[in-house]
Design a protein around this ligand. Structure first.
Ligand SMILES: [Zn+2]
Length: 179
């Protein structure tokens, strides 16, 4: 009965979501978006599929969030279009990492760096990134100042990404960062 109650609650939430002003957005939630020419998938820390919403005026390239219990990656189509294909993949994987690592429900000061390294690790493992791909991010990070939420200033972030690539994690991102 408990399980049934849970299902009912989810159905009610989804119904509320569908009937709200976000109904149009719900229609545009994609399970397998094509990012930089690659069909991508993301599953969160519970194994739930993360859907992607292409939007505009997001204020950032991407954002990870939970809307009506649905894990979502929002991507700013205009900002994304200014970036090379591999960097588009990187930003998608970075937002995916926030879902994989549970940052969407429990963010920490390390979240941004952890998501960066997870994205690079995964991309390297999946054969999506070469070292030259990561080196190619430099011009795009050069003028970025970072943020008080933990994004490193651009040149430092670039160096950190290369470090993540060169030293695949075995003991966690924080340990890798302090070496
Ligand atoms: Zn982030």
């Amino acid at each position: 009965m408990r399980a049934l109650t849970g299902v009912l609650a989810l159905v009610i939430c989804l119904t509320t979501f569908a009937s709200s002003e976000r109904a149009r957005a719900a229609d545009e939630l994609v399970v397998q978006p094509v990012i930089g020419g690659n069909p991508m998938r993301c599953y969160d820390y519970r194994g739930a599929v993360v859907r992607t919403l292409r939007t505009s005026e997001l204020g950032d390239v991407g954002r990870a969030s939970i809307i009506a219990r649905m894990p979502i990656i929002s991507l700013d189509t205009d900002r994304l279009a200014t970036l090379p294909a591999k960097m588009q993949v990187f930003f998608y994987m970075h937002e995916c990492a926030h879902h994989v690592l549970g940052h969407v429900i429990r963010p920490t000061l390390e979240s941004e760096r952890e998501a960066d390294c997870w994205a690079i690790d995964y991309g390297r493992w999946a054969g999506l990134f070469t070292r030259a791909d990561i080196e190619g991010f430099a011009p795009h990070f050069a003028s970025s100042r970072g943020s008080k939420y933990g994004h490193l200033p651009g040149p430092e972030r670039q160096a950190y990404l290369l470090k993540c690539f060169d030293e695949p994690r075995t003991e966690g991102t924080q340990a890798a960062f302090s070496r």
